[in-house]
Design a binder for this molecule. Structure first.
Ligand SMILES: [Fe+2]
Length: 419
């Protein structure tokens, strides 16, 4: 099961919280079990206070005699004015030899050898400092009786609120809380930012699609060419492991690489015969014209250069400037390969498309002369693994004959809107 990043982060937060809470309780148990000093003393139950720090009081609540039993009910309270907590305590009270225990509360009780033994119901019932605990019992006896003293045995737990560990834990809780809130605030801001970014991309794509419709209208025979080249080029960029921003820019560069075609006269563009030198010059000039037209688009990196240099050759025999090797901008080298593949795999006014094997051979032969030899293998892989067919299907005419001319971000290879 694959979790998204938000769920993963939340799980980490929950795990951190569980660790903190566990540490808090472990620390508390450790501290309250810090029972280095044993308490052991006899306390008067007749009102005489033997100690100011720990003392006990008792009260006979009720006494009765009837045909069935002679009962006495007592309530006892242990007061702890000491600095420490008395934990894990037990008390002994002498009772008459014939006494039978009839009832008791707030404690566990047992009679053995004429003595009443009282212990907390469980370990966690302790007498906190500044606090008291009350309990009671009923005995049946025929004798006159009032408890006089209680032997109390227990442990003083050193319970220090300001322990170093506790301070660290409190600090860790605060850090956790701040990070937790920070996470949600960031998440919220990021979502707004993403929405805005998505909207920006939409506007860019819509503008480009509109412009491409102009180019397609000008040269219907190569309709869809720009979109296919953009997708091939973006896939090459993705396989070259360029960053997401770069893949996106390569895509835009591919879309607009032939923008300059608009400047070519229709008669020249659609001439099925042999071109004159002048006509060839006019066609080649679409690179310079494209570069000029896209000058203003400086905020999208590499768009203008790609339009200007996508017909440069790696060996320096291309146009318009005869740039060579790595001096040709990377996007232009990528789009150059994608552009040639699309030209070879499409029917043109002057020829039919080449076969798959012919295309691969042409491209491989062009490595190092026409094309960047570092880019060629990616294009060949895309032909061999069938990716190019996905692009053709994606950009093909739909059943009703309309062009699939509204590309959106979902069909851009390697283009991720999500984080
Ligand atoms: Fe071109």
């Amino acid at each position: 099961m694959k979790l998204d990043k938000t769920t993963e982060t939340l799980l980490i937060f929950v795990a951190a919280l569980v660790i903190l809470i566990t540490a808090y309780y472990v620390e508390e148990v450790c501290v309250s079990n810090n029972v280095s000093l044993e308490y052991s003393d006899t306390l008067s139950l007749t009102g005489a206070r033997l100690s100011d720090s720990i003392y006990a009081t008792s009260q006979k609540v009720k006494e009765w005699r009837n045909a069935h039993d002679n009962g006495m009910q007592f309530e006892i309270m242990i007061h702890n004015n000491a600095q420490n907590v008395i934990s894990n305590w037990k008390a002994e009270i002498e009772i008459p030899a014939d006494a039978e225990l009839a009832d008791y509360w707030n404690v566990a009780a047992e009679v053995k050898d004429g003595k009443l033994y009282l212990t907390p119901i469980d370990f966690n019932i302790r007498v906190n400092n500044g606090d008291n605990i009350s309990f009671g019992f009923i005995i049946n006896t025929t004798e006159e009786y009032y408890p006089r003293q209680m032997y109390l045995q227990g442990y003083k737990a050193f319970y220090n609120e300001a322990s170093v560990y506790r301070r660290i834990l409190y600090f860790a809780f605060v850090v956790w809380f701040v990070l937790f809130i920070g996470f949600f605030v960031t998440k919220f801001n990021l979502r707004n930012y993403r929405e805005k970014q998505k909207n920006d991309v939409k506007i860019i794509l819509q503008s480009m699609n509109t412009f491409i419709n102009f180019i397609d209208a000008k040269d219907p025979y190569t309709s869809g060419h720009s979109r296919r080249v953009a997708m091939y080029a973006a896939e090459i960029a993705k396989r070259m492991r360029l960053s997401e921003d770069e893949i996106q820019n390569v895509y835009y560069a591919g879309l607009l690489h032939d923008a300059g075609k608009i400047s070519i006269p229709d008669a020249v563009l659609n001439n099925p015969g042999k071109l004159s030198d002048e006509e060839r010059k006019q066609i080649q000039n679409h690179t310079v014209a494209g570069g000029e037209m896209l000058k203003q688009l400086s905020s999208l990196r590499g768009i203008r250069e790609t339009a200007l240099y996508h017909h440069e050759r790696y060996d320096g025999n291309g146009y318009p400037e005869g740039l060579r090797g790595e001096s040709i901008p990377l996007y232009a080298r990528i789009v150059g390969v994608a552009d040639s593949y699309d030209a070879m795999s499409s029917n043109r006014v002057y020829r039919r498309h080449l076969t798959k094997d012919e295309i691969i051979e042409e491209i491989q032969q062009g490595a190092g002369t026409q094309f960047d030899p570092g880019i060629v293998p990616y294009m060949v892989d895309m032909i061999n693994d069938g990716y190019v067919n996905v692009v053709k299907k994606e950009t093909a005419e739909t059943d009703d004959g309309s062009k699939n001319s509204h590309l959106n971000e979902d069909v851009i290879p390697g283009f991720y809107m999500g984080f």
